[in-house]
Design a protein around this ligand. Structure first.
Ligand SMILES: [Zn+2]
Length: 231
């Protein structure tokens, strides 16, 4: 997909299949010439295409040195988001950000026993986030704790650009959005309450992890998803 919005790149060649997209994002930081990676994709060692090599290939093709990736932001613990975290953290030397709850599960201390694929390699999150924390990345991000899909799921909101990086708080469905699938969700009622909160933000674009990003009218589509959710 490449550059989907100015400074927002979706890594090519990392989707497990055409109908299972994983929008691993590379964000150009407004300051310092650095980059921020948002989620990391499934590991190629499991037979999925892409893996960390897809990120490396994309960076090489865009003349982005791996060491210029100074932060890796994680939305939640599931393997399709943390699968290449250990490898990419080592290759980039980046600081790792995640909510303090999911950070414990990413470190496998304790192991995660909820729905969805647990992390594979234990990784120590260096920056443990709480709701409302500001992150000096991209054009300024705010961590929005959106529990439901996992206990410590976090979405990242850029007020300056009105872009919501929603992770799995919502899934793309056609040109719209739906609340995260119950089968893979720790608590569907919590996911709905979190979605209602996201719909209160002043959002134009919603870049969710699975599905086609919503580039316009995001606020109305978030509200629509919350209204239609059957819990
Ligand atoms: Zn996911």
């Amino acid at each position: 997909m490449s550059e989907i919005l100015p400074g927002v790149h979706a890594i090519d060649g990392i989707n497990p299949s055409d109908d299972f997209t994983t929008n691993v994002l590379l964000l150009r930081d407004a300051k310092g010439g650095s980059w921020t990676l948002l989620d990391t994709g499934l590991p190629a060692s499991d037979g999925y295409p892409g893996g960390a090599a897809a990120v490396e290939r994309y960076c090489a093709g865009h003349h982005i040195p791996l060491t210029s990736i100074q932060r890796i932001l994680i939305t939640h613990l599931h393997l399709d988001h943390t699968g290449n975290l250990a490898t990419l953290a080592k290759k980039t030397g980046a600081r790792i950000f995640a909510h303090w709850l999911d950070a414990a599960f990413i470190a496998k201390n304790p192991p995660y026993t909820g729905p969805g694929m647990p992390p594979r390699d234990a990784v120590e999150v260096t920056e443990k986030l709480k709701d409302g924390d500001e992150i000096d990345a991209f054009e300024g991000l705010v961590a929005v704790h959106t529990p439901g899909h996992t206990p410590g799921h976090v979405s990242y909101f850029c007020p300056a650009r009105r872009i919501l990086f929603a992770g799995d708080a919502v899934f793309g469905e056609g040109s719209g959005l739906v609340v995260s699938t119950p089968q893979y969700t720790f608590s569907s009622p919590l996911a709905l309450i979190s979605l209602r909160r996201l719909a209160e933000l002043d959002v134009e674009a919603v870049v969710e992890y699975h599905g086609t990003p919503v580039l316009k009218g995001g606020k109305a589509k978030l509200a629509d998803a919350a209204r239609k959710a059957k819990i």
